[in-house]
Design a protein around this ligand. Structure first.
Ligand SMILES: NC(=O)c1ccc[n+]([C@@H]2O[C@H](COP(=O)([O-])OP(=O)(O)OC[C@H]3O[C@@H](n4cnc5c(N)ncnc54)[C@H](O)[C@@H]3O)[C@@H](O)[C@H]2O)c1
Length: 362
């Protein structure tokens, strides 16, 4: 196993920023949760928001007491002096808006997926380095209490070397905004793999220590959604299910699966299992919802033990809180763009493999 390999994070600025951060949020769907997250930090002010949807802009502005509102992000960059920008638009716009934010001298918290593809991701990282600013990807599932508790056990060496894993997010029927941008390749870049799979893939990779991917073999399908789209007159040109086997240079393999539609019993199934030489872990959702469980399975003195994290054991923190702390204190932040790029490279390879029917080098 190659335990020496690590994703190289070339973040230049670790000097502390101003004592208070001025934040702008672009895109006000999940952007609403960014505002909530930022506003919970005592040294952060959300000073401006941007969204072309006038109704949403007004409603979110009223709810959170943000008076400075823009229909176009370009206007916001031109008129505001911001320290950090949250980019929460459809995937298509992540790349251009991130570049614009760096041009305007801001740090960026970009929603997942980082971009439409790895080329865009590389350009975003290059722009971050040119600007001397930070790029964090909102891999929000890392921040649950259960994820962080498992990561602490990984760091303590409980699992030995991870050699196999399976990480999935399946929905029986759960296409976000069926007929909208999520199901449109030109705006989303793909279907449930780039939408949901990206979270479970990052979670597994993060717990595994981001080993270097070498090959993938992937397949995508659209049997259920294609028919639903046809009968309801909605557009849909991405997959409804994707599955892939990823091989790493340390010999480990990981299976990733994601769907918006599948003939399964659960409405929503999120599950990540990683098997290590000394112990295994399971991170999964409870009761088909968005609360999580964390388990560890190991042998102790000849007996097999199952450990279960107590629900109150570790407090949850928001990605915005940790990013603010990192910027304010000049310390590394928890989800660097370099790791987002590795995810994009794997996704590109999975989609290429699905198209060609052949294994693809990452
Ligand atoms: N981390 C998570 O758990 C999580 C959850 C949901 C969505 N997301 C990601 O967040 C992003 C947005 O998803 P969503 O569910 O909020 O979508 P959404 O469609 O609900 O909201 C997107 C908003 O962006 C606005 N918008 C569109 N183009 C814009 C532009 N050029 N400039 C400014 N605003 C623009 C739209 O008017 C809309 O209000 C996606 O990348 C998605 O993958 C992440």
């Amino acid at each position: 196993m190659n335990a020496d390999y690590q994703v190289e994070v070339k973040e230049a600025p670790v000097a502390p920023d101003p004592a208070r951060l001025r934040v702008g949020v672009i895109g006000l769907g999940v952007g609403r949760m960014h505002i909530e997250g930022w506003q919970q930090h005592p040294n952060v002010d959300v000073v401006a928001i941007a969204d072309p949807d006038e109704q949403r802009l007004a409603q979110i502005g009223e709810t959170f007491g943000i008076a400075t509102r823009y229909g176009r992000p370009e206007q916001m960059f031109a008129h505001e002096r911001l320290d950090v920008v949250s980019i929460c638009t459809p995937n298509k716009f992540h790349h251009a808006l991130t570049l614009a934010a760096f041009e305007a001298g801001c740090h960026v918290l970009c929603e997942k997926p980082m971009a439409m593809n790895a080329d865009e991701g590389r350009a975003m990282l290059a722009a971050a380095r040119r600007a001397g600013k930070r790029l964090m990807i909102n891999f929000s599932y890392r921040f649950s209490a259960q994820s962080r508790a498992l990561k602490a056990q990984v760091d303590a060496g409980v699992f030995g070397e991870f050699y196999f894993g399976r990480t999935v997010w399946h929905r029986r029927r759960g296409m976000p905004g069926f007929g909208g941008w999520f199901g449109t390749r030109a705006l989303a870049g793909g279907g449930p793999l780039i939408d949901l799979g990206v979270h479970r893939l990052d979670l597994a990779l993060w717990l595994m220590g981001y080993p270097k991917p070498t090959w993938v073999m992937g397949s995508t399908y659209d049997a259920i959604a294609r028919e639903l789209a046809a009968t309801s007159g909605k557009s849909f040109d991405v997959e409804d299910l994707a599955a892939a086997l990823i091989r790493f240079d340390n010999g480990a393999t990981l299976i990733v699966e994601a769907s918006w539609a599948a003939h399964i019993g659960e409405a929503e199934l999120m599950e990540t299992r990683l098997l290590g030489t000394q112990a295994g872990l399971l991170h999964r959702n409870v009761d088909e919802g968005y609360n999580f469980d964390a388990h560890i399975f190991l042998d102790k003195n000849g007996a097999q033990f199952d450990m279960h994290l107590h629900p109150s054991a570790v407090p949850a923190r928001s990605p915005m809180h940790d990013y603010a702390e990192a910027i304010l204190n000049g310390i590394p932040h928890p989800a660097p763009g370099e790791e987002g790029l590795v995810v994009m490279e794997i996704l590109d390879a999975i989609y290429a493999s699905a198209r060609s029917g052949e294994p693809v080098k990452v």
